[in-house]
Design a protein around this ligand. Sequence first.
Ligand SMILES: [Zn+2]
Length: 234
Amino acid sequence: MKPMPEDWDRAVAVVAHPDDLEYGVASVVARWTRQGKQVSYLLVTKGEAGIAGMDPGQVAPLRMEEERRSAAVVGVTDVEFLDYQDGLVEYGLALRRDLAAALRRLQPQVVIGQSFDLTWGEEGPVNHADHRAVGLATLDACRDAANEWVFPDAGPRAPDIRDAYVAGTGAPTHFVDVTDTIEAGVASLREHQAYIEGLGREFDPDEFLKNMAGYVGLGAGCEYAVAFHRYPMG
Ligand SMILES: [Zn+2]
């Protein structure tokens, strides 16, 4: 793993659900916003199917609010939600078009995406279908956004996207040292209070994130780190 280059100013992070970014990436975002970078969040769903025993109509506004608070903790004020149904997101042209339109509006240089691996690790549980759809569509939307002849009615092209970095994959190529910002990352995850309570089991954000980042840090040569796989777009 190499350190991720930080010679850019604008990033967009794209995920399926409120809380997906808070399981690791938020610590990185805190570092970048402290450097003065502009980071926007783009969520494909409102996470309304994420709390057992609680009606989706009630859950959606609650989780949107939790996500906005999580984002604010790490210096992000631009949080957008697309209107896809939680649990039923499909990979396809509609999703690629909506993501490309958002990327054209936001004009990032770096795009952060989520893992579209079938499983978490070799023997881990199956990765959520929404994550797989959104993760893959995000990579394709980076290329779509740069091509004026693809989705020509979705805004002026986004020519500056250099790289997409996918978090949570089994084959990382790059890391970011988050030793100085892991506490902000933990605070960001703690904002998902209703979600965490809805898990119905003991869950400690501090222990969870530090275990994960500590493990990546061992390979990166720092105390805490977050890993990504780079997909060059140039
Ligand atoms: Zn998710």
